[in-house]
Design a protein around this ligand. Structure first.
Ligand SMILES: Cc1cc2nc3c(=O)[nH]c(=O)nc-3n(C[C@H](O)[C@H](O)[C@H](O)COP(=O)(O)OP(=O)(O)OC[C@H]3O[C@@H](n4cnc5c(N)ncnc54)[C@H](O)[C@@H]3O)c2cc1C
Length: 502
């Protein structure tokens, strides 16, 4: 299917004729992106005997927003980390008999910026209040115009005033904990502020344990299972033969009989069908130049309405473990201490009077990796924090760890760090999608369904460009299991189309 630029004009005609002529038996299918949606689509098509496949991936690796890196004693995940649930979950279904998943939980230990540890009873109460407020925010009774932030601020504060009406110290501590609550919710939503996602939304949790980790093997395991490389490589699907890395697609011409796909390196591909899987972040930035002719207005509107922000993780490897059996630490800043950082770190970046270091809201341990901690950052400063020089990042994290924990622990600096840069990377431009209030205003279909609708060849009423990827899932958006289901969905659409012609 590939054509080199020099002989482009002549060969386009020849290849176009040959691909269209053999379409009935073996259509040429081109998948853009080798993340979970793209790999799932390829695996499903290969299993059903479709062989004329090409996968183009812009990065030098497969996996997309699954990125497991060997670091310390095990793999750490800079992207997707947990399998969220057990029932009706494509990830869980793929690996449930392989003994690779392990339950994990969130650490419930709060420390105050004065260095004081908040007692366990109050810490647990505050976590319970946050969890119950956040989990009720999708409630059917909530208005479509309300954001997650509107809902959480109102109900969190109301609960605190009732519960701690007669205990000023607890009430004041609980009130400043709302900033931590905000940061944590941003890691669930993937937005820059909790005043962006809609409180009432279509997201569904799968039943069962929502926090299953990969026990040090990394989320990449699910990709190996999809490709049938794990647990027994001898049955591997021939995906590697179909895959081309470092192939950034820059143009998709879709109005002719065959779709023409142009890459940044000048190579050109023709296909009967294209399955497009890159993120909404990529679409927001490039849809207008990528598609020729442009996408229909309704699709562009959906791309604009779907939310997409960022979360940042930093894995820290220490020469020795300085913490004990804890699974993590959560940080609560007082207003005074937030100002004192500006004095202590006068040259560090700040925004509206707040230093970047105050965006580090928790550190957590890593599975099967005794000397590794994960630092979590969320909020609108992420684009800048992702770009900080490594030394500044290490010094800032060290400052926070010492400020909060040095009364109880002998803190040392990490020897090595590795960070995520999902927002800065033009192949992603963020982490995962969410429904904004705008997504819910239209009376018709949801933005995810509009985004998922294929571009069709009008003469033949045939899908020519199909859309998969987490953001096209109507209720499992933002997850790997959602992304995999959308890859299966688009592959099945082609399998059904050709089974009718067989
Ligand atoms: C920090 C983080 C934490 C997460 N945590 C979890 C979690 O715990 N559990 C969970 O279920 N999900 C989690 N997710 C979400 C999950 O990773 C995504 O929903 C899922 O990976 C999306 O898969 P996808 O195939 O839709 O897209 P992607 O994984 O983004 O794959 C799309 C592919 O397209 C490629 N591409 C982009 N542009 C081009 C181009 N022009 N030409 C060719 N190729 C291109 C990209 O390089 C990429 O490989 C997390 C994500 C992040 C970033």
């Amino acid at each position: 299917m590939k054509i080199t630029p020099i002989v482009e004009i002549l060969t386009i005609t020849i290849t176009c004729i040959s691909t269209v002529a053999c379409r009935r038996n073996d259509p040429s299918i081109l998948i853009i992106g080798a993340g979970p949606a793209g790999i799932a689509a390829a695996a499903r098509l290969l299993e059903k005997g479709f062989r004329n496949l090409t996968i183009l991936e812009a990065e030098s690796r497969i996996g997309g927003r699954i990125r497991s890196v060997k670091f310390g004693d095990a793999f750490v995940d800079l992207g997707a980390q947990w399998c969220h649930g057990e029932e009706d979950n494509a990830v869980y279904d793929l690996v449930k008999d392989l003994d690779v998943l392990k339950p994990s939980g969130t650490s419930k230990k709060f420390y105050h910026s004065s260095g004081e540890r908040i007692d366990d009873e109050l810490s647990h109460q505050l976590f319970d209040i946050m969890d119950s407020v956040y989990s009720a925010n999708g409630n059917r009774l909530v208005s479509d115009d309300l954001t997650v932030g509107d809902y959480c601020v109102r109900n969190y504060n109301r609960t605190l005033y009732q519960k701690y009406a007669h205990d000023k110290r607890k009430r004041e501590l609980a009130l400043i904990t709302i900033e931590y609550f905000h940061h944590r919710v941003l890691s669930y939503e993937g937005s820059f502020s909790w005043f962006e996602p809609a409180a009432r939304n279509d997201y569904r949790d799968c039943a069962g344990n929502l926090m299953l980790n990969w026990n040090g093997l990394g989320y990449k395991t699910v990709l190996e299972v999809l490709m049938k490389k794990f647990p027994n490589n001898s049955r591997a699907l021939p995906i590697d033969d179909k895959l081309f890395l470092n192939k950034e697609v820059t143009k998709i011409r879709w109005k002719r009989k065959s779709v023409t796909v142009v890459c940044a390196d000048g190579s050109i591909y023709l296909a009967d069908h294209v399955i497009f899987t890159p993120s909404v972040g990529v679409l927001k930035e490039k849809a207008f130049t990528l598609f020729e002719p442009s996408l229909p207005d309704v699709k562009n509107q959906a791309i604009g309405n779907i939310g997409f922000g960022a979360v940042m993780k930093v894995a820290l490897l220490f020469s020795k473990r300085w913490w004990r059996e804890e699974t993590g630490f959560s940080f609560i800043w007082s207003e005074n201490d937030k100002w004192s950082v500006l004095r202590d770190l006068p040259d560090d970046p700040s925004w509206l009077g707040r230093s970047w270091v105050t965006y580090l809201y928790a550190v957590e341990t890593a599975e099967n990796n005794p000397n590794v901690l994960f630092g979590w950052f969320t909020g609108n400063f992420i684009p800048l924090i992702e770009q900080l020089p490594e030394k500044d990042l290490v010094d800032g994290i060290d400052y926070v760890l010492k400020k909060f924990l040095s009364r109880s622990y002998q803190i040392i600096k990490p020897n090595k760090i590795i960070r995520s840069q999902w927002y800065s990377n033009p192949r992603f431009r963020g982490v995962y999608s969410f429904q904004t209030v705008r997504c819910r205003r239209g009376k018709g279909d949801t933005s995810a369904n509009i985004l998922a609708a294929p571009l069709t060849n009008v003469e033949e009423n045939r899908p020519v460009v199909q859309f998969a990827g987490e953001a096209t899932h109507p209720y499992y958006f933002s997850t790997v299991h959602g992304a995999i289901e959308t890859g299966y969905r688009e592959a099945d659409a082609l399998i059904n189309l050709y089974s009718k012609h067989a």
